[in-house]
Ligand binder design. Structure first.
Ligand code: PMP
Ligand code: GLN
Length: 387
């Protein structure tokens, strides 16, 4: 073997994702897992049955079409029209992907040249850093600071250089729960137009908004032709294992992303695509009940965390609560705190510090997922009181 390191330098130091590490820790210690974000109740049974029916009836068991089955592309286009008034041609402006994860990877690989810069909201969702690196580009953080986690738009302007190619947005934002408001989105859009930048907008938590409402940046003037919008079924329908995601945008942008995507998975999740097409057409009552239920869970866990001594930053969206542990555990950093939490009280959480380029910025921030049954959240809160 040569002495040369095996791992590509671009992925150096990326290790195992924090979600995998913390979920494995939860299994090993039998802890309540409020780390990795996945619900402990599956989505609607009629949608699960639709997936089972597709398998048994032989729909999607062989390679589906590269861009996704027409039924799902149409359902995605109808969803964008129904909720946001956005018009997309299902044949050329919608692409089905293996979750939002693949959509992010394909977008970065398709749209970036080595040396390009991507400005992204920090703390970043972990795959952003990896995908930007794999594309040979450079990430430039626009840091959201506690307690409000709002973007500093003057700072954003100052970060734009001639190498800037993409503004990578995520609203509702994981892990802080920030939902960008219309004024912020308009200011960001104006900068994108002024500097001729592309926007990649990760909207996987679009239906998990408790304060204000979700606005796709693609709907703002001048943005349709420069925005790649990404979402997926995992969060909205509580089937995170199905990995059905999608991209919407102009024909040119979708074609570019499809070109990279076809050499990643080519296609995925055949039968689940049929089920997700049905899920997207569920009535407004489904979306409303889902949101109300999650909001109650957010409030339940927020109260428990406050009672246990955490500083709680109330999220406007997503299913995560970011907390600060400085008062509760003086001098302890978030990663150490999370690695020792299971032995102390049988709960797993995620350290936000790993989502920052300068871990110091999130040194004492810890994220808890609240997409769990109320009895599980209550039990977790009781365990955390022992701290
Ligand atoms: N983006 C964000 C912000 C996420 O939190 C996640 C994780 N659920 C994803 C993308 C990946 O979504 P998917 O499971 O559909 O690949
Ligand atoms: N998005 C999920 C979270 O933030 C994790 C998904 C994953 O493990 N890649 O917890």
């Amino acid at each position: 073997m040569s002495a040369r390191p095996l791992l590509n330098r671009r992925l150096d130091g990326m290790g195992t994702t924090i979600f995998a590490e913390m979920s494995a820790l939860a299994v090993r210690t039998g802890s309540i897992n409020l780390g990795q974000g996945f619900p402990d109740i599956d989505g609607p049974s009629e949608i699960a049955e639709a997936a089972a029916r597709a398998v048994v009836e032989g729909r999607g068991n062989q390679y589906p079409p590269g861009p996704g089955i027409p039924e799902l592309r149409t359902a995605v286009a109808e969803h964008q029209q129904r909720f946001y008034g956005l018009d997309h041609d299902p044949d050329t402006e919608v692409l089905v992907t293996a979750g939002a994860t693949e959509a992010i990877a394909a977008a970065m690989l398709a749209l970036l040249e080595p040396g390009d810069e991507v400005i992204a909201l920090e703390p970043f969702y972990d795959s952003y850093a990896a995908c930007i690196a794999m594309a040979g580009a450079r990430r430039v953080p626009l840091t959201l600071h506690a307690p409000d986690f709002r973007p500093d738009l003057d700072r954003l302007r100052s970060l734009i250089t001639p190498r800037t190619r993409i503004l990578l947005l995520n609203s509702p934002h994981n892990p802080t729960g920030t939902v960008l408001d219309k004024a912020e989105l308009s200011a960001i859009a104006a900068l994108a137009v002024e500097h001729d930048l592309l926007v990649v907008s990760d909207e996987v938590y679009e239906h998990l908004v408790f304060a204000g409402s979700h606005h796709p940046i693609a709907a703002l003037p001048g943005m349709r032709e420069r925005t790649v919008t990404i979402s997926s079924a995992g969060k909205t329908f509580s089937f995170t294992g199905w990995k059905v995601g999608w991209v919407t945008g102009s024909r040119e942008l979708v074609t570019a992303v499809r070109t990279a995507k076809q050499f990643l998975t080519y296609v995925a999740s055949g039968p689940f695509q049929y089920a997700v097409a049905e899920a997207l057409a569920l009535p407004g009552t489904y979306y409303e009940a889902f949101r109300t239920d999650l909001q109650a869970k957010r409030d339940l866990l927020a109260t428990g965390l406050r009672d246990a001594g955490f500083t709680v930053y109330e999220p406007q969206g997503t299913y995560f609560i970011t907390t600060d542990i400085a008062r509760l555990a003086p001098g302890v950093d978030a990663l150490t705190f999370c690695r020792t939490l299971p032995e102390k009280c049988g709960v797993v959480a995620v350290p936000n510090s790993v989502f920052y380029d300068h871990p110091e910025a999130g040194r004492t921030q810890v994220r808890f997922a609240f997409c769990k049954r109320p009895d599980v959240l209550t039990e977790a809160a009781e365990r955390l009181q022992r701290l």
